[in-house]
Each structure stands twice: as structure tokens, then as C-alpha cells.
Design a protein. Structure first.
Length: 326
């Protein structure tokens, strides 16, 4: 049998090699590590933190963390550390809960962003003889996750907006109208407050299509929608109900105020517009106005009354506003 091989660690103190590697790991790992005792004295400060604060361990170790960095959220951080010392359990916080602990500049060469580095933090209790002697705060750069999530949130928001908007006019679609109408009726009856509805459409729209073509008809629809969204208040709600027909909800507006708003809209819609680089054209609209009453059954009933008033405008000669009266 061959002679036994020599032990490569012979002659080393039992803890010498692991301690050396541990110290090297703490210093070189690509996360921030700051270790503090129960009163906040800094015991450890690694290279990551040195690089982002331009403060070496000699400038930080032995000092009180809160006095050295007064910009830290002291009350929150003290509570977090206290719980770790008392419960002897790990604790965590993500960038969603608190964007960062230390404010580090985070220059992104590709996106050009200069927002602070987003950080995830882990609080690790260091025990000896059954007691927590210190807590290491491990700070991870979560900026990539934050930016990816932000882009995803923006994309989902855009998709949600598209799903509730009419693609051609930019007004809300009928499905969104039904949702908003139900919510506005509940709000109006709870507080209570006024709620009026205006239904309107383009007069002789078939003639516009037959004379100028469907593309010009589309331009006429977009023109009326844009005038409605420009004339009515920011708090009002404009939806394309179908074809050349629209509905506007006016929260907080009683019947006379809604009739006045409808008249302004009638005048604005008649403004000439240029369709497909041809000579300016103009259209007129007819409008019906109804308001929510204590005996109005629901949103469908309110729209039905506005539709009856619109029909009255049509039969009376078009290009006018009619108010529904029970």
C-alpha cells in the first residue's frame, strides 16, 4: 500500500483558513455588507459600500451608523434591527416596500437613467452563546428587477388603456361606459349628487358616407369625438356608443347645466374640418339630455331616456338639443 498523502492544511490553526476566506468573501462579494452592534456601531464595511459611498472601512468602522449617515431612515431602521436582535430571526425588505436604504447613484449607460439604485435588504442575526451580538445588513442591487417591472407595468397599463378605448376616436368604448355608468350611479345615490347623460349622433351620416366615402365618414366621427373631448370638462366621460353615436356622462351636473354643455357641444361639432386634404366639410349633431332621478331604475334606464330625447331632436328637425321630461 502507498504511503498516506500529506494533509495540505497541516500546521494551520483550525479556524485560520475559513476565516481568511470568509473575510475575502465579505469584502469581494457584489453586495453591500455592513455589520452593526446593538447600539448601531459599525463593525464591518465591505468594498461594495466603499465603492458606492467613497468611504473606506477606516472611515466608517467604529463609528455610529446613524451619526455617520444622518440621511438614513433612522426610526424605521432602528425598529427593524431591534426586532432582529430580540427575535433572533432573519428579516427582509424589498425595493417595493422601501426603494433604498442608502441612496446610491445608479448610472445606466444604456437607458441613461440616473435614479437611485433600488435595493433589497436582508438583516442577518449573528449569534454567539445564544445571543445576537451583531446584525449584518446585506444590500443587493435590485435596479434591474425594478426597471424590468416598471417596463412591464407600463406595458400592462398601456394594454389596459387600449382595451377600454375606441381605437379610431380615442374616446372610451361601450364596455367601459357600462362600467363607469354603474359606478357613477352608485356614487350619485350614495352622497347624493347630480348625474346627467348626453346622447348624440351625426345628422344624415349615411349621406356623408354616400357622398364622400367611408373614409371621410370616419373623419367626421373622429372630428365629433375630438370636439366632445375638448369641450366637455376633464371630469366628464365621453364614449363611442356605436357607429356615429356617442354618450357623455356629466357627474355633478344637473339638467339645466347638462343642457348648456350639450348646446356648447352642438355648436363646436358644426365647426368645419378638413377630411383627406379636400375642401373643408361640416356636419351637425343632434343631442338628447337626461338626468338621474330617484325613480330612475338604473343606467340602462338613464340612457334610454337620453335616447328618447335624442330621437325627439331628430324628429323635430335635427341639429338641436332636447331635454327628456318624464
Amino acid at each position: 500500500m502507498g504511503s498516506p498523502q500529506a494533509d495540505p492544511t497541516a500546521g494551520l490553526a483550525p479556524a485560520e483558513l475559513p476565516a481568511g476566506f470568509l473575510a475575502l468573501l465579505i469584502d469581494r462579494v457584489n453586495v453591500g455588507i455592513v455589520t452593526v452592534d446593538a447600539i448601531g456601531t459599525v463593525m464591518q464595511w465591505n468594498r461594495f459600500l466603499h465603492a458606492h459611498t467613497c468611504l473606506s472601512p477606516d472611515q466608517v468602522v467604529g463609528q455610529n451608523l446613524y451619526e455617520r449617515f444622518p440621511e438614513l431612515p433612522r426610526a424605521w431602521l432602528e425598529r427593524k434591527l431591534r426586532s432582529v436582535f430580540l427575535l433572533k430571526n432573519f428579516a427582509f425588505t424589498s425595493w417595493r416596500q422601501r426603494p433604498y436604504l442608502f441612496r446610491f447613484d445608479n448610472h445606466r449607460p444604456l437607458t441613461g437613467g440616473t435614479e437611485p439604485m433600488r435595493q433589497d435588504c436582508a438583516f442577518i442575526p449573528l449569534e454567539r452563546d445564544g445571543e445576537v451580538k451583531a446584525v449584518s445588513i446585506v444590500i443587493s442591487d435590485a435596479t434591474d428587477t425594478y426597471e424590468s417591472q416598471t417596463r412591464l407595468d407600463e406595458a400592462l397599463k398601456a394594454l389596459a388603456a387600449q382595451s377600454e378605448r375606441d381605437a379610431m376616436t380615442g374616446a372610451y368604448n361601450r364596455r367601459k361606459l357600462e362600467q363607469v355608468l354603474d359606478a357613477e350611479i352608485k356614487r350619485a345615490r350614495r352622497y347624493p349628487q347630480y348625474l346627467s347623460a348626453v346622447m348624440f349622433d351625426i345628422d344624415h351620416f349615411k349621406k356623408v358616407n354616400d357622398t364622400h366615402g367611408h373614409l371621410v365618414g370616419d373623419e367626421a366621427i373622429k372630428h365629433v369625438a375630438s370636439r366632445a373631448m375638448a369641450i366637455l370638462r376633464v371630469t366628464d366621460f365621453v364614449a363611442r356608443y356605436g357607429g356615429e353615436e356617442f354618450v357623455a356622462l356629466l357627474p355633478g351636473e344637473e339638467i339645466s347645466g347638462a343642457a348648456t354643455a350639450a348646446e356648447r357641444l352642438r355648436v363646436a361639432a358644426a365647426t368645419p374640418f378638413t377630411a383627406l386634404a379636400e375642401v373643408p366639410l361640416s356636419v351637425t349633431i343632434s343631442l338628447g339630455v337626461a338626468t338621474l332621478r330617484p325613480d330612475t331604475a338604473d343606467g340602462k334606464a338613464l340612457l334610454a331616456e337620453a335616447d328618447k330625447a335624442l330621437y325627439a331632436s331628430k324628429t323635430a328637425g335635427r341639429n338641436r338639443v332636447t331635454v327628456y321630461t318624464p
